[in-house]
Design a protein around this ligand. Sequence first.
Ligand SMILES: Cc1cc2nc3c(=O)[nH]c(=O)nc-3n(C[C@H](O)[C@H](O)[C@H](O)COP(=O)(O)OP(=O)(O)OC[C@H]3O[C@@H](n4cnc5c(N)ncnc54)[C@H](O)[C@@H]3O)c2cc1C
Length: 343
Amino acid sequence: MTSDRGAVPDSSNPDVVLVGGGIMSATLASLFGIVAPDWSVTVFEAGPALAGESSDAWNNAGTGHSALCELNYTPAGPDGRVDATKAVSINEQFQVSRQFWSHLVRGGMTGSPRDFISPVPHVSFVTGDEGRRYMRARYDALKAQPLFAELEHAEDPAVLEQWIPLVMAGRDPQQAVAATRSIAGTDVNFGALTKLLLADAETRGVAAHTHQRVRDIERETDGRWKVTVEDTRSGEPRTVRAKFVFVGAGGGALPLLQRTGIPEIAGFGGFPVSGMFLRSTAGPSWSASTRPRSTARRPSARRRCRCRTWTCGSSTASTRCCSGPTPASPPSSSRPARSSTCR
Ligand SMILES: Cc1cc2nc3c(=O)[nH]c(=O)nc-3n(C[C@H](O)[C@H](O)[C@H](O)COP(=O)(O)OP(=O)(O)OC[C@H]3O[C@@H](n4cnc5c(N)ncnc54)[C@H](O)[C@@H]3O)c2cc1C
């Protein structure tokens, strides 16, 4: 159970304060449970519940950033050749995450993996001759890499209709199309994982407080951090002092880090990232037909943000889509209101 205390004592001096109740703080709370089980850890979450922002499953696309379909990790050079270095590095990091989660599952710290990770094919889709050239070059660059050995490539619309039927529905048969598919893809529910990790951490003494917004972080002369926390319901401020503070506040991290005055934050900025999600209640047949998760690339999109995505995934209860400039209009009943995903 999340501590919902309006009574964080002024004199509380935990070893560690974790700001934000998303997947980042939850992961660190788990790590502390393994490597420093004697340390006292306190989590402050501004919202009314844990994992209510980016980590919530409805607010992200859930690819786990494995680089299997995210085209922004495989940029093409001026000669058209694709550099796989970043994709390989990202996928290696994702494998480390999976190993960590396996460790937690074996240790009984997260329940069943089915509660937060499930297999979903990842598909990248492009149109036009330039898109096709890029996709071939990307496939050539990745296929030799052991982590991408299962990647498939196709330009035949009949194959793509099998892979991504909704994306192909109603499309001009003369249009040049291409895609890659990885059946090794996964859907990670970071919201569920966050809650599982923090619930386990709380059984080991971690205190997770909701409705507590961190307003200020200052270094004291003894090296400790003075953390000023405001109860969002009563407006009452409190202070706690900690040896270490981790700012896992998502979009709220930057201003807080700037307030600390640490030199490392100089020069950092942020830009808004958003996503529109389409939830279908049309039933299992529609869900089944959108099972793959796909991302698309359009040359015009690169001017602003290098890549935009069209992402579909399915769960047992419903289907959700994160929209980008769609390569083709989906059926009118499922057309997203606008397109805005950039990663
Ligand atoms: C549209 C979209 C699509 C995405 N798609 C993918 C994807 O396909 N694959 C993937 O791996 N990742 C994806 N991501 C990224 C992923 O969701 C995030 O990287 C991850 O969830 C961030 O976790 P976090 O803990 O840093 O932040 P969050 O989950 O946002 O948690 C931060 C928490 O801090 C709290 N907070 C903020 N300020 C304060 C404060 N002052 N005091 C106390 N609490 C505060 C917030 O309320 C929030 O609960 C996507 C993100 C978006 C937005």
